[in-house]
Every structure is written in structure tokens, then in C-alpha cells.
Design a protein around this ligand. Sequence first.
Ligand code: SF4
Length: 354
Amino acid sequence: MSVEQLFDIRRIWAEPDALASPRGQQVALSFPDAEIVEVASHWNIEALHGNAGNVDRWVRVKTENLVLGEKKSLSARPNGRSADFIAPSTANGCALACAYCYVPRQKGYANPVTVFTNIDRIVRYLRGHVRRQGPKTEPNQVHHTDWVYDIGENSDVAVDALLSDNVADLVGCFRDLPGARASFATKYVNRELLGLDPQGGTRIRFSLMPERDSRLLDVRTTPVARRIAAIDDFVAAGYEVHLNLSPVVLREGWQADWAELLTRIGDVTGPAFRAQAAAEVILLTHNEGLHEVNLGWHPRAEEVLWRPAIQQGKRSGNGMWNVRYRDTVKARGVRELRALVERHAPWLRIRYAF
Ligand code: SF4
């Protein structure tokens, strides 16, 4: 979807300090016709969050509303899978609407983007955090020598970059931080990112799945073929480009579709990408609450996402019932996908698979 299709901002809900800040002003000035609504907190805005309504309303909420707030408590949580640390978010919420997305589990499906405006404080915090780590002396699957910070846990960073310079500031921060790099997964090709000159300090993980799954599940994202076609351009622009093969959805015929996808990635991309490529593989996890929500607007998605016969549940801390494939099913799925990569994309190192 183009930026015009993703955003037609009519209302900006803003904490007063966030609106008054330079970043808040930048965002507000980009949408001069938008009505400004002051809110005490960017969190729990009744008119925006929650699951009231249906998908048409949620998409309208995502398209027409933006929130400006300040990220109050800053911390970098240890991770160890996609990154060494999860950086403090500079945005929360997403204009895209993937049916399996975990981001709206807390805020409800109508989950418009909140831009955190205290980017200077976040960048200062990150620089200090990197400094306190000292050199990375033990290589791990995340990176041999650099501390890697995931900057997109609660949003799609390539979409966030359409709204403010927060992403440009983060890419600039990690360009000048030896021993550390930023990383984010994305399902959106934003070609403006090509001009940010990351000089290797930012890793983009393009999320890919077979077209058949993506057409059903990746609502409002860039089509998979266009994500693959963009890979070489991002390598040439100075990004490290990895793949996020997720979520892997186990269904009739999944192996053949993944084989075709892996072959196509190799056919379409050049040697520079393949020489530095690596992938993470994540099998689908799902959630009872999201299942209920999806039944109301996208029941066909639930036919492949909600498969009690091959899934097992676990009660989460907040009382929600999370599901994932049964241990034996999952182990077999991981094994089969690894074998498919070995056969159809032998150049692709798997960083981890679970
Ligand atoms: S792009 Fe990522 S954050 Fe956005 S809806 Fe899809 S899974 Fe969620």
C-alpha cells in the first residue's frame, strides 16, 4: 500500500509535552489539517483502543489517527534471539493489520501508531547502554562482534519512518556507534529508508512467507514479491539484510510453497546479499483473544491459524490462553523447514529456528 493509502491523518491525540517537543511539532506540521486532541496519556485512549467495532472501523482508526506521547521509562531488555537487547520503543502500534500480530494483544485491534517524541532521550539512553556493555567478547548467533538492539518490537519501523524522523535518528545513532547495530523486522518496503546511509549499522530483517499465506494473513503489507525484489537495493544502500521467515504456518502443502519461496529468493537476489544473509525461523504462535477477534472479521485466516488438533495451550501471565504447535509437531516442522533451506537455499545460514 502507498503512504496515501496507509495514512489519511485527521486527528492527532497528543500529550501536551509531546506535542510541544520538536519531534511532536515536526509530526503535527506534517499533517496541518489534522485536529489536535489533548490527552493526559497516550495509553488507553478509549475512542481508539480496544476491540469495539469491526475491521472497517479498525482500518479507519489506523488510517485517520495518530498519537503523540513520551516514552516514560527507558530500558533495554535482554533478548538473545532476534537481538541481544530490545531497545526502548520509539513507536507503538501499526498501520498494517496482520491477522497473527501480537502487537494489538495489549491495546486492542484498532491499534493506531503512537509516535514517541522524546527521541533525544531514547538515543542518549541507547548510547549509554552500548557504552556500559563494553566490547562483545563472546560471539553468539545474533552477531559475532556487535551488540544488536531490536528497535521495532512494538511497531513496523519501516512504516514508522513514514511519520517522523525517529527512524532516521536511530539509524544515524547506530551508524556512529562502533560495536553495536540496530535491527528490525519489516513487512513494508519504504524506499525512503534507502537514503539514510546506515553504513552497516542497521540490520533489516525482511519478513517473508509464501504468497498464499501472505495474501490471506498479511493485511495491508507490501506484497512478498516486492519485498524480495527490494532486498538488493537495501544491501546496496548500506544495510545488512537478513530474513525473518515467520510466522511459519503449518497447513496442507506448506512444504511445497516454502520450497518455491526459498528458490525464488535465491533466483531474484544477488551475490552481495547472499554472502551476508542469515535468517531466523519462527513457527506460528497464536492467542485465544486474538482468535476471537479474528473470527469477527477474518474467519478464513482462523482456518489456518487456529488448529487445536495440532496446537497446545499455555496460560500467560495476563490470563490469556496462548497456543503454539504441539512439541512433536513443532519439532518436525522446524526439522522440515531446515531441510528445505538446506536444499533450496543452501547459501542461507539459519541463526535460530523455533
Ligand atoms: S507489520 Fe508487524 S507490527 Fe504491523 S501488524 Fe504486521 S505483525 Fe503487527
